[in-house]
Design a protein around this ligand. Structure first.
Ligand code: 5RP
Length: 225
C-alpha cells in the first residue's frame, strides 16, 4: 500500500470520530487533505459541524468544499482537532510544521479539548529530531535568532526556501529548519527555543496529542493513546 493510500485510510478513519454539532480544528497537510474531503462528503450528507482551519491552504480547501468555517475568536473552545505530524514519538510528542503552519496549528491545538493526530506509519519514531525541527522566527535580524538556536546544540540550520525565494509563513515570518538529529529532552528544548528573542513558535508539540491514528502498509489502522 502506498503512503498516499495509508494517508487516505487515516483521514477517513478520523472522520468517523467527528460527531454532529462539533466545532473542530482542521489541520494542514497531505494526510489531513483526505480527512477534509471525507468530512466534506459527510457535511453534504447532513452532518453539521463548524471548522476552524489551521492554515490559509486548509481554509481555501475547506471553503471550496463548502465546509462551514468560523474564526477562532468567535468560539470558546474546539471539541476536537484533527491534524497531521512529521514525527510521532512513543509518548505522542510531535514534530510538526513541515508544511509551515505550526504557529496556527499550535494555537488551534491549544484551544481544543482533544487533539488527534493522523499519519502513515513512516511518521512513527523512537526519538524526535531526524526530521528537521521547524522554528518560526521574526524576519528582523533572523541571523541573530539563528545564532541563539545554534547555541542549543544545532549546527545545521536552514532558512526555508520555496521555488521563487524565501518561504514566508501565513503570519509573515520565516521558518528555520533545525537539524538537531536527536532531541533527548523535547519538553526542555521547546521552552528553551521559545525563550529566544525572535522565536515566534517552534514545531515541538509536547503533551498535546491525546491519540494518534496510524495507517500501515498492510492496510491496518492502529490507535495509539
Ligand atoms: C504542517 C504540518 C503537517 O501536519 C505535517 O507536516 C504533516 O504533513 P503530511 O500529512 O503532509 O505529511 O505540521 O505544518
Amino acid at each position: 500500500m502506498s503512503n498516499d493510500i495509508a494517508k487516505q485510510k487515516a483521514g477517513e478513519y478520523a472522520a468517523t470520530l467527528v460527531e454532529d454539532g462539533m466545532t473542530i480544528g482542521i489541520g494542514t497537510g497531505s494526510t489531513v487533505y483526505y480527512f477534509i474531503h471525507t468530512l466534506a462528503n459527510k457535511t453534504k450528507e447532513g452532518l453539521h459541524i463548524t471548522g476552524v482551519p489551521t492554515s490559509a491552504q486548509t481554509a481555501q480547501l475547506a471553503r471550496s468544499l463548502n465546509i462551514p468555517l468560523v474564526d477562532l475568536n468567535d468560539v470558546a473552545q474546539l471539541d476536537l482537532t484533527i491534524d497531521g505530524a512529521d514525527e510521532i514519538d512513543p509518548s505522542l510528542n510531535l514534530i510538526k510544521g513541515g508544511g509551515g503552519a505550526l504557529l496556527q496549528e499550535k494555537i488551534v491545538a491549544a484551544a481544543s479539548v482533544q487533539n488527534i493526530i493522523i499519519a502513515d506509519e513512516s511518521k512513527l519514531v523512537q526519538n524526535l529530531g531526524k526530521f528537521p525541527l521547524p522554528v518560526e522566527v521574526i524576519t528582523f535580524a533572523w541571523r541573530q535568532t539563528q545564532k541563539h538556536i545554534a547555541q542549543l546544540g544545532c549546527s545545521n540550520i536552514v532558512l526555508r526556501q520555496k521555488q521563487d525565494g524565501i518561504f514566508i509563513s501565513d503570519h509573515g515570518h520565516y521558518i528555520l529548519d533545525c537539524h538537531f538529529e536527536q532531541i533527548d529532552n523535547p519538553a526542555l528544548l521547546q521552552q528553551q527555543l521559545n525563550n529566544i528573542p525572535g522565536v515566534v513558535e517552534n514545531g515541538l508539540f509536547i503533551n498535546m496529542a491525546a491519540k494518534a491514528i496510524v495507517a500501515y502498509s498492510d492496510g491496518s489502522v492502529k490507535e495509539f493513546v
